[in-house]
Ligand binder design. Structure first.
Ligand SMILES: C[C@@H](Nc1nc2c(c3cc(-c4cn[nH]c4)ccc13)C(=O)N=C/C2=C\CC1CC1)C(C)(C)C
Length: 330
């Protein structure tokens, strides 16, 4: 007699349809595009709503022809690699949900930072109270630790591309300028010392990128050295700016700003808190090897975390805490 065939379980229809739904590649038609919220040099960021879930996202749109013409293909690839590397880090970065393209454009679907740019918040109130500056400096430091641990150097950190989410927690955005060290996909367990990384052929390579004048480090300006410490220089500039309202190096032209940077020509306004001044002076150091944290190992900037400026920060729970109110500076 026919052996009773064991029934093959038929996949439940909901499961399979969800399964297929979940993997259906999105297109622009799946979103309602709203206002433009950010305008980069070769991309535009729109607020958008997913028509299936109603969720809000930021969608970064890049014109393919423009990227090719401007020879920015490498930057776009690096940005996508960096965003992918960082998308499983729970805090401190905008998350990349998916990408798709059509004939003319590339689309990146990212988290929407509802409370916009840190720069806008600083300008609205003039400058931050010390406990507000300390809180955001701490979140920025933790984000730098995560980024550097994944061998990513941002190279263009500035208050314009540090965003605030709906709970007023910090998110770093705009990875078009990153450098991903040892990105030759060879699992090099022995990290190549920095000076060897910039082998002679690198020096001959034309560098097509320099950060934003006010925040660019001397080594990026002069010797084109790729070092994590360039982001520590920017951290120093951003702490200075949160407390005083303006970046330390400012000139009527970029060239004059660069000159001030190379001469370390800046001063602290009256009443700048002593601990903050001491930390900024230890980060804004011309020799990148001598910046506080430059020789820290193990994925945390212990020597910066332990600086008196960060007295009272609860490093393990800060992302779960309610950020201090940004109130106008009386
Ligand atoms: C830094 C960037 N500006 C911005 N980039 C992003 C925003 C963003 C949001 C507002 C905003 C929110 N409310 N009101 C304004 C203002 C500027 C934004 C966002 O929500 N989500 C992801 C973003 C960027 C993701 C990118 C890494 C791929 C530039 C200036 C380059 C366009």
């Amino acid at each position: 007699s026919q052996a009773a065939a064991t029934p093959v379980p038929t996949p439940t229809s909901t499961h399979s349809s969800n399964q297929s739904f979940r993997h259906a590649k999105r297109t622009a038609k799946d979103y309602i595009f709203g206002k433009m919220i950010g305008d980069g040099c070769y991309s535009t960021v729109f607020l958008a709503k997913d028509i299936h879930t109603g969720k809000e996202y930021a969608i970064k749109v890049c014109e393919k022809s423009f990227i090719i013409r401007q020879q920015k293909v490498q930057y776009i690839k690096r940005e996508k690699d960096a965003l992918n590397l960082l998308s499983n880090v729970p805090h401190g970065f905008v998350k990349l949900y998916c990408t798709f393209q059509d004939e003319e454009r590339l689309y990146f679907v990212l988290s929407y930072a509802k409370n916009s740019e840190l720069l806008k918040r600083i300008n609205e109130v003039g400058s931050f109270e010390i406990n507000v500056a300390k809180f955001y400096a701490a979140e920025l430091l933790l984000a730098l630790e995560k980024m550097h641990a994944k061998r990513i150097i941002h190279r263009d950190l500035k208050p314009e591309n540090i965003l605030l989410d709906e709970n007023m927690h910090l998110k770093i955005a705009d990875f078009g300028t990153v450098k991903i060290l040892n990105n030759n996909n060879i699992a090099s367990d022995v990290p190549i010392p920095e000076d060897e990384q910039n082998s002679s052929n690198d020096r001959s390579r034309k560098v097509s990128f320099v950060g934003t004048a006010q925040y660019v480090s001397p080594e990026l300006l002069q010797h084109r050295v790729d070092t994590y410490a360039s982001d520590l220089w920017a951290l120093g500039c951003i702490i200075y700016q949160m407390i005083s309202g303006l970046p330390p190096f400012r000139g009527p032209t970029d060239f004059l700003t660069f000159q001030k940077i190379l001469k370390l020509d800046y001063e602290f306004p009256e009443g700048f808190p002593a601990d903050a001044k001491d930390l900024v002076e230890k980060l804004i150091v011309l020799d990148h090897n001598k910046r506080l944290g430059a020789s820290d190992q193990g994925g945390t900037y212990e020597s910066i975390r332990n600086h008196p400026f960060f007295e009272g920060i609860d490093w393990e729970n800060i992302w779960e805490q309610t950020p201090p109110k940004i109130s106008p500076y009386l």
